[in-house]
Design a protein around this ligand. Structure first.
Ligand code: SAM
Length: 240
């Protein structure tokens, strides 16, 4: 996969992409990330990229021309998603990560200031994504979250652990423990030490369902659950 990121602050990406899973995926050539400085296509000799909003108001707005010219240099084909990071977009979730991970190439645009001229949304992007219902100062941190979520889903980027992550089957992950079996007076649930894999799997599944029902009941609607599991939630979990 090739990921192009258009940003006014390419130096912000030094670090987050140089560690752990993303670093390994880059080294294994599973993904290539190219950073493009929008200012290279700024207007005039001062390379201006923003201007005052028509109609008045606070702050600056990113002009369409530098973004349009940046995009033109990428030779994007019509099937490549061009994604604007914006709090006004659809909320990023596991399904969106999975869908985007199927593409060979992705282009992301990081906004700054008061955001981008509306004509960028209307004519240059195919998708708008938000990382949540809050406003941060720029699209850079948002795209790091999104790109990390996508790269985890690329074949070969992770080991076998992926299937049990929270959200993978629409449920939160079960509680995890490691050594020691007793720390202070806090003990690991005995079933996890039993060596009985069928019982462990059953316990984990039940914990996953209960945890989701208590913490994120909204997820249950689309979770992969059997009829008896749905009945269990109905009978046992409604008062929790
Ligand atoms: N005035 C804009 C609005 O209300 O929609 C917000 C501008 S914000 C200060 C600057 C940039 O940060 C945005 O253009 C966007 O790229 C990014 N940004 C802020 N919050 C975000 C979020 N929740 N998800 C994705 N990107 C976000």
């Amino acid at each position: 996969m090739l990921i192009d990121i258009l940003t006014l602050f390419p130096e912000m990406f030094d670090g987050p992409f140089d560690h752990s899973i993303i670093k390994r995926a880059i080294e294994r050539e599973i993904v290539k990330i190219k950073l493009h400085n929008i200012r290279d296509h700024g207007v005039g000799k001062h390379k201006v990229v923003d201007d005052y909003p028509y109609g008045g108001g606070e702050g600056m707005v990113m002009m369409p021309e530098p973004l349009h010219n940046s995009l033109k240099t990428l030779n994007i084909d019509k099937d490549t998603p061009v994604v604007l990071l914006t709090p006004q977009g659809r909320k990023f979730d596991q399904k969106t990560a999975d869908d985007l991970a199927k593409h060979k190439r992705l282009v992301f645009i990081c906004g700054r200031y008061e955001g981008v001229d509306e004509r960028v949304r209307q004519h240059m992007v195919t998708d708008e994504i938000s990382i949540g219902d809050y406003v941060i100062s720029g699209g850079e941190l948002a795209v790091m979250v999104v790109v990390d979520g996508i790269i985890r889903r690329l074949p070969g980027a992770l080991g076998a652990e992926i299937e049990q992550d929270s959200m993978m089957n629409g449920l939160l992950e079960f509680p995890q423990y490691t050594r020691p079996a007793q720390y202070e007076q806090w003990e690991v649930p005995p079933v996890l030490l039993s060596g009985n894999h069928a019982e462990i799997a059953k316990w984990r599944r039940q914990q996953s369902i209960e945890r989701t029902a208590v913490r994120r009941p909204d997820l249950l609607k689309n979770a992969e659950l059997s009829a008896s599991e749905r009945q269990y939630i109905e009978d046992e979990m409604k008062d929790k």
